[in-house]
Design a protein around this ligand. Structure first.
Ligand code: AMP
Ligand code: FE
Ligand code: FE
Ligand code: ZN
Length: 283
């Protein structure tokens, strides 16, 4: 993976299974040239990862992945090049705390729904599973598997956790527009993450991108483990149309998504260093 980068990854600070340090070590062993840590709604893993990157001699980009919405769709916005001194941006830290509160409320509701279905599961168990402050649906899936309520994490989502399934509770979230503005306000780059997972129509995606561009969206995540080559071609076209940069990452989570490898995705992913260079050129 020489001269390749991965600009979308998760650690134990959210729903990944490797600690930030282990993740950076793996990036180094995989011979990646640079890695961004982009945990869901938190920046908690960044200092540890950055320290490890210095130790292992690999370029590191401070990032996050904000959960937001557009109409009824879940939209993820990846932030890249977050400033080091986030304590100087209290409005950003307050906003992140709000993201986490909305997540906690949703999690409480899902625990209640599962309990009402006769499935014994507690927030404490989820907390110990998660390790960090962020409890996500993948942690629910892991516990349901361990308790032998389901045979696989995929089944946990299909039966209980996916949208409109038995234990699903929607989360209050900010609009994608707000998420992009928030990242702009701290001089970070913003990337529309895995657009093909949004499941909206072409027309809706086009409208979303044009509206977000107005607010300062920097790039579209063209390269992602879930995108086909056709998706990539289509998204390159969309980026060109709105004069946006291109980004890419595997969305590596470790054990929760065992088929996705760091840097390589499902095997064929390869994000050249010049993708990162072009992103840096607009900083
Ligand atoms: P949360 O942020 O807690 O709502 O959890 C969202 C995460 O759950 C996503 O980042 C995916 O990793 C995972 N996820 C969402 N839907 C599914 C699904 N249908 N099957 C498997 N994993 C899913
Ligand atoms: Fe995740
Ligand atoms: Fe995502
Ligand atoms: Zn992600």
């Amino acid at each position: 993976m020489k001269n390749c980068v991965d600009l979308h990854t998760h650690s134990t600070a959210s729903d990944g299974s490797l600690t930030p340090r282990e993740l950076v070590k793996l990036a180094c062993n995989s011979k990646l040239s640079a890695i961004a840590l982009t945990d869901h709604d938190t920046v908690d893993g960044l200092d540890e990862a950055e320290q490890a990157a210095k130790e292992f001699g690999i370029e590191f980009i401070r990032g996050c992945e904000l959960s937001s919405k557009y109409n009824s769709y879940c939209v993820h916005i990846v932030g890249l090049f977050l400033p080091e001194n986030l304590e100087n941006y209290p409005h950003f830290m307050t906003a992140l705390a709000e993201f986490q509160k909305n997540r906690d409320n949703r999690n409480c509701g899902m625990v209640e729904k599962l309990n009402a279905l006769g499935i014994k599961i507690s927030l404490e168990e989820l907390q110990s599973k998660a390790g960090g402050d962020i409890i996500g649906r993948p942690h629910f899936a892991q516990l349901l598997c361990e308790k032998k309520i389901v045979h696989s994490e995929a089944e946990a989502f299909d039966k209980y956790l996916a949208k409109d399934k038995l234990a699903y509770v929607p989360r209050k979230s900010v609009t994608a527009h707000k998420a992009v503005s928030l990242l702009k306000s701290i001089d970070a780059l913003s990337v529309l993450a895995h657009p093909k997972l949004i499941k909206c129509s072409h027309k809706e995606l086009d409208t979303l991108v044009s509206e977000l561009k107005e607010l300062g969206l920097s790039a579209i995540e063209v390269y992602h483990s879930s995108h086909s080559q056709k998706d990539e071609r289509e998204l390159v076209g969309l980026a060109k149309k709105y004069d946006l940069q291109i980004s890419g990452g595997s969305d590596f989570h470790g054990n929760p998504k065992p088929k996705i490898q760091l840097g390589k995705g499902k095997g064929g992913l390869r994000i050249p260093y010049f993708v990162l260079e072009k992103l840096k050129s607009i900083l």
